[in-house]
Ligand binder design. Structure first.
Ligand SMILES: [Zn+2]
Length: 198
């Protein structure tokens, strides 16, 4: 694996010092902002709660789809940025290396320590995260969950596969979908996301 994650993380950290008067950070071809985790989680989990018991599956699906679409558009922008071309592309030897570039950027963004556990080209991607902000906060605020609660990371894992194997942007969105088999919000040791073709 030739991707030097530390180099990518340093580039993101260095670049994120530049922000406009509103706090917008133009970096890696996309516009970023610093967001408070408790606020994001509250909006997300309160939405699920308000949808009620009969619609909780639908609520979760909507949040996962939103994350997948966001991850797909964001990382498409990142892939086409000059920073990606300058810093990441020289390290890429094969198509799959891009995933390791994505996970390094995601870590630098504060999305979680996404570790690639298994990658079968055009078939499956298994990612493990030990510090999911969604899982930690959910358990704190709502007690133990009965299902995986990391909707953002679940959508993003599928989005990575959409970008690599879904075909020409933006037609590839939702080519893959991901499940969260274990989640710290349920009391598991870590969260794991498996993306497979729909
Ligand atoms: Zn989780």
């Amino acid at each position: 694996m030739p991707i030097d994650g530390t180099k990518i993380i340093h580039a993101v950290m260095e670049g994120s010092r530049i922000r406009d008067a509103k706090g917008i950070i133009p970096l890696f071809g996309v516009y970023l902002s610093i967001f408070f985790v408790p606020y994001y989680n509250r909006v997300s989990f309160e939405f699920e709660k308000k949808m009620g018991k009969d619609q909780d599956v639908e609520a979760a699906s909507l949040l996962i789809e939103a994350a997948q679409e966001c991850g797909y558009a964001t990382f498409h922008g990142i892939q086409n940025s000059w920073e990606w071309q300058e810093i990441v592309e020289p390290m890429i030897e094969k198509r799959e290396d891009q995933i390791f570039g994505f996970t390094a950027v995601a870590l630098a963004f504060g999305w979680g320590d996404m570790e690639v556990r298994e990658l079968v080209p055009n078939e499956r991607l298994l990612i493990r995260v030990t510090d999911s902000y969604e899982a930690a906060r959910y358990a704190e605020d709502h007690g133990p969950a009965t299902s995986g609660k990391c909707y953002m990371l679940r959508g993003v894992t599928a989005a990575f596969m959409d970008l690599l194997y879904g075909g020409i942007y933006p037609e590839g969105l939702f080519t893959f979908s991901a499940e969260e088999s274990c989640c710290r919000a349920k009391g598991d040791q870590c969260c794991e996301f498996l993306a497979q073709k729909r």
